[in-house]
Design a protein around this ligand. Structure first.
Ligand code: ADP
Length: 574
């Protein structure tokens, strides 16, 4: 594992703009720490002169103490404020960087990490981690400085006693280190277990129908029991480790204290240590305990905080950003070629696509058909480079896809898929997604999608909000928003993943009419489930086990009596 310094260095860039805040906080902590030895330092003359009645002005006591605590309080406030501002700036930078990577990372990111894991890392862990880290660092700085200030004062006061204290310190440090490491290991394992627990719950909330239908309640309960129990055992271990730390540190401190008292008493008989200086020493000594205790506790939140933030930086480091080439064309003609394309998701699985050769002419409408798992979705996902082929190559207008400038390439495609994704924003913003909102064009697109009348009937028209993932809209309306989005984008190539679930006849007709408008004049690759789509396609390509089994017009393939004829007989018998 990387050293602590390396781990902090990795996070440093996100805290670059927090430097002023951190600097001010350190400075204020320094002032605060400097006031610490002044309490015992005030006690000494007070006891030796004041109570001994040797001309000590009375007003001097409250003035000194009140001033001291006023300075310390102010320094404390400034330190906290500056630190909080630094922390919030850090969270902001970290979230920006993580999100910026999230929207640009290679798509493999999304198969490695679940949505809830990514959300958790970006939203919650960034905040908690930073808070923990930054406040622990303040403790670290403040209490180390206090420790140093007190030690300097102690040395000046009585070096022999102090040296004895100093010899006993490494023991405390050793305990801190050992337990700190163990806590770190446990906290990493604990976070992983919490995630696991969250998946089980989330999956069961999302998929409750399937679970009940299959009578998998018991099985799911066992999964939860396992995860919850692992978490329980880990938290217990964590508690044991954390709870051992405090008493152990205190015990060690007590040993130090009793040794000091013994030595001081022995000294007082030989060199006449005054009551004042002894009380000052003991007070300063006792004041050491608090920072030592804080410092021994500080490793846990630091390691926890680091672990949280590192999940964010790992996200950035492990998955590189997407990259493309330099070829740019304002508008592609739309000629697509698959040359010996193969695709494997996992090494131990049969490839999803194998040796696919397919040429789709500009303006052609190609219907992809085939049994489920034949590779239809995989094939279309290769086009906007949502995935990379494992072998072979894909060309658009004769230029390999990887030579295309990536945003430029994606501008050439519009996608209407069966699971319509809508953002919780206005209809206009959803239609113009990624582009400037031109209200006239938005209305044109909605008209083309046979949705304008409905939208105009809404109280706020095209500015109406659609709700989370469009929950204010019906299934057919959502699909037509997606079609309007494609019309607005006006890309030369259309990828269509027809809905398998039936809409009501009214919506079905509206959606079909909208799709017919949309396909006109574009190269269209459609994963087809409707007979009408297939009949209107220029060509039908039947896939089976990741290979192109047949290709030809609907009539040709029917006449051939092969895979397509069989599929057709099964699906469209009625
Ligand atoms: P279709 O769209 O024709 O139903 P897919 O392209 O979805 O077929 O799937 C083709 C094959 O690839 C299937 O065997 C499927 O199990 C596999 N596959 C699809 N997506 C993934 C994925 N994300 N990870 C692993 N395997 C996948």
């Amino acid at each position: 594992m990387a050293s602590l310094t390396q781990r902090f260095a990795r996070l440093a860039p996100y805290f670059r703009r927090s430097r002023t805040g951190l600097g001010v906080a350190m400075l204020a902590s320094l002032v605060g720490a400097a006031t610490e030895p002044m309490v015992p330092a005030l006690l000494q003359p007070l006891l030796d002169k004041g109570f001994a009645g040797r001309g000590f002005p009375l007003w001097w006591v409250p003035l000194a103490f009140v001033t001291l605590f006023a300075v310390r309080g102010f320094a404390g406030f400034v330190a906290q404020y500056a630190l909080s501002s630094a922390a919030n700036r850090g969270v902001l930078e970290l979230r920006r960087a993580m999100f910026s990577h999230l929207v640009r990372a290679e798509p493999s990111l999304f198969s490695r990490q679940s949505a809830s894991q990514l959300t958790n890392t970006l939203v919650y862990e960034a905040q908690q981690g930073t808070q923990q880290l930054v406040s622990s660092i303040l403790v670290l700085v403040k209490d180390s400085l206090t420790l140093v200030a007190l030690l300097v004062y102690l040395l000046w006061l009585n070096w022999m006693l102090t040296l004895m204290v100093a010899v006993l310190f490494p023991a405390i440090a050793f305990v801190m280190r050992t337990l700190g490491k163990r806590l770190h290991r446990l906290s990493v394992a604990g976070q992983a277990s919490t995630d696991e627990l969250a998946y089980v719950v989330e999956e069961n909330v999302l998929a409750w129908r399937i679970v009940r239908l299959h009578g998998a309640e018991e099985e799911q309960q066992n999964r939860l029991d396992g995860a919850a129990d692992r978490l329980r055992r880990l938290s217990l271990k964590s508690t044991v480790a954390a709870a051992t730390m405090t008493p152990l540190t205190q015990l060690l401190s007590a040993i130090v204290l009793s040794s000091v008292i013994t030595l001081a008493l022995w000294q007082s008989t030989s060199d006449g240590t005054t009551v004042g200086s002894f009380v000052a020493f003991i007070t300063a000594m006792l004041m050491l305990v608090a920072p030592v205790k804080h410092l021994s506790d500080v490793m846990a939140p630091i390691t926890r905080g680091l672990a949280s933030l590192e999940r964010g930086t790992q996200l950035i480091d492990e998955v590189p950003a997407e990259s493309g080439g330099v070829h740019r064309t304002e508008r592609a003609r739309g000629l697509i070629e698959f040359v010996g394309v193969g695709l494997s998701y996992q090494a131990d699985q049969a490839p999803a696509l194998e040796d696919v050769h397919l040429r789709i002419e500009a303006g052609e409408i190609v219907a992809l058909v085939g049994p489920s798992g034949a590779g239809k979705s995989s094939l279309v996902h290769l086009l906007p480079r949502f995935m990379e082929p494992s072998s072979g190559s894909l060309l658009l207008d004769g230029v390999p896809l990887r030579d295309w400038d990536l945003p430029g390439l994606r501008r050439q495609f519009a996608l209407v898929s069966q699971d319509v994704v809508l953002f919780n924003d206005s209809i206009a913003a959803n239609v113009a997604l990624g582009d400037r909102i031109d209200r006239v064009r938005v209305e044109d697109a909605l008209r083309g999608a046979h949705l304008l009348d409905f939208v105009n009937g809404l109280p706020q028209g095209i500015d109406s909000l659609v709700g989370h993932n469009g929950n204010q809209l019906s299934g057919g309306q959502r699909q037509r928003v997606a079609i309007a989005r494609a019309l607005y984008k006006d890309a030369p190539i259309l990828i269509l993943d027809e809905a398998t679930s039936a809409l009501d006849t009214e919506s079905e007709r509206a959606v079909q009419a909208a799709l017919d408008d949309l396909m006109r004049g574009r190269t269209t690759v459609v994963i087809a489930h409707r007979l009408s789509t297939i009949e209107h396609a220029d060509r039908v390509v039947a896939l089976e086990n990741g290979r192109v089994a047949e290709s030809g017009t609907h009539a040709e393939l029917l006449a051939r009596g092969g895979l397509y004829a069989r599929l057709h007989a099964m699906q469209f018998r009625s």
